[in-house]
Write a new protein. Structure first.
Lengths: 260, 235, 411
């Protein structure tokens, strides 16, 4: 698996898209920091960007890579290699190279800005950790979609639909149901609703840092326990891990049964 | 060498292989023929474990292929369309496959044979179809495995390279290897193969030498023999 | 007030010429503070030497100066009130008073000033107390540099650190109060100055005004209280340069304004409070040059607030800048800096070319269904906020800052 990972990674690191992605984040970081000169504001803007864009890029890129490397995959399949190692290797190659672009692209301008001397370093690291988690989750979901759909156009369609659903539509439905059932105690429901969507989950993780003052204004005991202690942080990170692990298992499972 | 029993494969509603039995002994060149959609590629992919059969047993060199990948060390496979990662250079691709399968020194001779030297530092995305096919051939033949599977090996090759390929196949045969070939070029098949396996509607319709086929169909030449099978069955 | 103080000091100096000193210690003639007070004459100074004195109900009924040397301990053994001052011109300095009795019928205090003037209470340390310093109908006094450390757990059986009741012209400076019910509490007390105090970790309010007018509080720090400062039913209170921080919780505010009019709120900093300022039924208040940083809600307006002016404030990284529970607005927001402002300044005059709308639809939704707070910063919420911004339905449509600053305001 490590060998496949190595080749996928090298392959991607040389592809134009990694540079575009890297350059995009580099530019974003530079613009936010040096034109704006307000670290706290930069972190907030970055959060909005990361939560929306990272999943989008992760899915699109994952699906694209899968379809583009189809022949290569077939070449590999004829080699004495395990299927699970081929697909995990490719998945990790994509996820790691995307994460690298993200971390380096944002990290470099922030380091030049003097991040290490700033108190925002924790907020910033949390952002990068969340971004990395999202990359891993959405690349895995993209591989799942691509593995289940031979048709490229269909695959891309589902990928965009998935992103649209998790980034926007889910929250709309979530909000509507909270308002509809406002007469009932909702704190448990709202926390569960959050856990079921990785984008919401990462958002919560960031809210814990940026908006703790507002979150503590709510009365519910479960809310209070969740946001008032480290419990929320631990649960969120565990759930994010689950969100990585489950799709990865499905990749292995699907890959074992699939015909090429 | 290869033993297949009661092989079934269905792609959604399309039954491709239905109860195929095939025994291929050690040594010799076997051509797998059949009309479009008769299941040639599926059969080969089943052998390689790329397609997972619904039913049936396949063993290669006495070992069951199900859920195993190690047996593929004994197989050299030439895929039909060679579409390699376009960012890689030829040299790097060869190095990578060696890295994945184990080291070999045969590649140098093959590179010389197909005159690939000037292309080694070029990216695969910039190569012509024929050159790619040559690279593909190098990758296939550079491991000295007892079973060689060639899916449309002649695609895109110029006459000189074709002659070299034929020589190469004969050389491998002389080493006592078993070679499976699918091709649409009947003259090529007639020239190189010892035995043919004719697939029709997911089953083996005929297995034997070309002479046997000719006598069975009462046709003077190979091409007409094949054609007569097809017209008979489609009538 | 200054002239009065000066005459008081002059009187004090004159009397000092005749004054004698009385010493209280274990081996002295007077073994308790009480004995010392009884033996002393008007304007004497009593020196209390280091030691522990188990006393309560100490009545100071003549003008005396009581000075503790190296913090002698006055231990009330939880029996009742410890020192009660009923005379004018009393100074108490440098005592360590502990174990005030708790009662449900009487407000026992560590030190009480009753109907007296010209007192100074300074450098005291109070621990294990019910009420700390209780000024009852007192005037022209000074409470300076005391440290009050309570251990209050429940509101109903705990008292306040410094309490003023029908008192006037009191200066409360440089005190440190923690873990009591209200740090400092003023009821019917006017013309007081509360300056440079720290009030932290109190159950209810750091500072609490009820029916008190014309008071000033400035340069204080209120940290992690139930609510930093509550100003209720009061008029003309001036609030300058205070820091309100980390007042977190369901009903936690940096500053709570309820039924107050004509106040000045200037130069204050509100950091990391659940609600920076909660305003109810308050009119004609000027908010000038305050910083609102990282609060849940910088300002929450709940009904019936008219003619308030918010000018030149910085609103930085608050989850919500302003929240209204109705769509009627009679308050003016002008020339503030909003970190959430996304407009531009083409003519480079430092003022954004498009107005800023500080009330978001989402704040209205959260008011209605508090659980929805979990969707804060969701893309979906941004989209509906944007549509509300374009055509306001649920939020006041005239609530706009027409001159949003492009840069953080310095003063």
């Amino acid at each position: 698996m490590l060998k496949i990972l190595k080749y996928s990674f090298y392959d991607l690191m040389r592809s134009r898209w990694s540079y575009v992605y890297f350059a995009f984040y580099l530019l974003l970081g530079v613009v936010l920091l040096f034109l704006n000169n307000d670290l706290s504001k930069a972190v907030i803007t970055l959060m909005n960007v990361i939560i929306v864009l990272v999943p989008l890029i992760g899915t699109i890129f994952g699906v694209m890579y899968y379809y583009n490397s189809k022949e290569f995959t077939e070449l590999l399949l004829a080699q004495p290699l395990k299927r699970s190692s081929i697909f995990l290797g490719q998945y990790l190659g994509v996820a790691i190279s995307l994460s690298m672009s993200l971390i380096l692209g944002l990290g470099i301008p922030f380091i030049f800005y003097g991040l290490f001397k700033s108190t925002a370093i924790w907020d910033f690291s949390l952002l990068l950790i969340t971004g990395t988690f999202l990359t891993f989750i959405f690349t895995a979901l993209a591989f799942n979609i691509a593995l289940s759909n031979e048709n490229k156009i269909k695959g891309f369609g589902y990928a965009i639909l998935l992103w649209l659903f998790l980034a926007i539509i889910y929250d709309g439905i979530f909000l509507m149901s909270l308002i509809m059932f406002e007469d009932y105690p909702l704190d448990k429901l709202s926390l569960i609703g959050t856990m079921l969507n990785p984008i919401d989950l990462s958002r919560t993780l960031i809210l814990l840092k940026l908006d703790i003052s507002a979150l503590l204004g709510y009365t519910g005991a479960i809310f209070k326990q969740f946001f008032g202690t480290n419990f929320g942080l631990i649960v969120s990170i565990c759930m994010l891990t689950v969100w990585v692990v489950l799709p990865v298992f499905r990749i292995i499972f699907k890959a074992k049964k699939k015909d090429f | 060498m290869v033993s297949i029993q009661d092989l079934h494969k269905k792609f959604s509603k399309n039954q491709v292989l239905s109860g195929l039995n095939l025994e291929i002994g050690e040594g010799g060149i076997f051509a797998v023929l059949g009309p479009n959609g008769s299941g040639k590629t599926t059969l080969i992919k089943c052998l390689l474990g790329m397609v997972i059969p619904n039913k049936g047993q396949i063993s290669v060199l006495g070992r069951n292929v199900k859920n195993s990948s190690a047996y593929r060390h004994k197989i050299d496979y030439l895929p039909q369309i060679a579409n390699f990662p376009s960012n890689l250079k030829v040299k790097e691709l060869i190095r990578m496959i060696k890295d994945l399968r184990g080291n070999t020194t045969l590649d140098q001779g093959l590179i010389d044979l197909f005159k690939l030297k000037p292309f080694l530092d070029k990216k695969l995305g910039n190569l012509s179809g024929g050159t790619k096919q040559k690279v593909n051939l190098v990758l296939t033949f550079m491991f000295d495995s007892p079973l060689i599977i060639l899916d449309e090996p002649t695609t895109g090759l110029d006459p000189i390279s074709l002659i070299r390929l034929k020589d190469l196949i004969q050389k491998e045969k002389a080493k006592g290897k078993t070679i499976l070939i699918t091709s649409h070029i009947m003259s090529f098949v007639e020239e190189v193969s010892d035995e043919i396996v004719f697939l029709l509607e997911g089953k083996i319709y005929f297995k034997g030498s070309i002479t046997e086929l000719k006598s069975k169909t009462n046709q003077p030449d190979f091409e007409h023999a094949i054609a007569s099978i097809l017209t008979e069955n489609h009538a | 007030m200054k002239i009065k103080m000066l005459s008081f000091i002059a009187l004090f100096l004159v009397s000092l010429l005749h004054a004698q000193t009385v010493e209280v210690c274990e081996g002295c003639m007077y073994k308790t503070l009480n004995e010392g007070i009884q033996a002393a004459k008007d304007f004497d100074t009593i020196f209390v030497k280091k030691g522990t004195y188990k006393e309560y109900n100490i009545l100071v009924d003549k003008p005396l100066t009581i000075i503790g040397e190296n913090y002698p301990v006055i231990d009330g053994e939880m029996k009742g009130e410890i020192i009660t001052i009923v005379s004018d011109s009393v100074t108490v300095d440098g005592l360590f008073i502990i174990n005030v009795g708790t009662s449900y019928t009487e407000d026992y205090a560590a030190i009480r000033v009753k109907r007296s003037k010209y007192f100074v209470i300074q450098n005291l340390v109070l621990e294990k107390l019910f009420f700390g310093i209780y000024l009852e109908k007192a005037q022209h006094g000074k409470v300076f540099h005391n440290k009050i450390i309570g251990d209050a757990v429940e509101e109903y059986n705990s008292g306040n650190g410094i309490q003023l009741w029908y008192s006037k012209d009191i200066e409360i400076e440089h005190n440190y109060v923690e873990h009591v019910r209200d740090g400092i509490y003023l009821e019917f007390s006017d013309h007081c100055l509360i300056k440079n105090n720290v009030s932290a970790n109190n159950l209810r309010y750091g500072l609490h005004f009820m029916f008190s007018n014309d008071d000033i509080y400035q340069d204080n720090t209120f940290e992690n209280n139930g609510a930093g400062v509550a100003v209720m039913f009061s008029k003309k209170i001036k609030m300058y340069n205070n820091i309100f921080t980390e007042n977190w919780g369901t009903a936690s505010y940096g500053l709570l304004l309820k039924e107050i009019n004509d106040a000045e709120i200037q130069g204050n900093t509100f950091i990391k409070n659940t609600i920076g300022i909660n305003i109810e039924g308050s009119n004609r208040i000027n908010y000038l040059n305050n910083n609102f940083i990282n609060n849940g809600w910088a300002i929450k307006v709940r009904g019936a607030c008219y003619t308030n002016h918010f000018t030149g404030n910085n609103f930085l990284y608050n989850s919500f800048d302003i929240s209204y529970n109705s769509n009627i607005n009679d308050n003016v927001f002008d020339k503030n800096y909003w970190s959430n402002y996304t407009g531009y300044d083409l003519n480079k005059n430092g003022i954004g070319d498009i107005p800023y709308r500080p009330v978001k639809l989402f704040s209205y939704i959260v008011n209605r269904t508090p659980e929805t707070i979990i969707l804060l910063r969701s893309l979906f919420i941004d989209i509906i906020d944007f549509s509300e911004k374009v055509s306001p339905v649920f939020t006041p449509d005239n609530l706009l800052d027409y001159n949003p600053k492009m840069k953080r305001i310095e003063w």
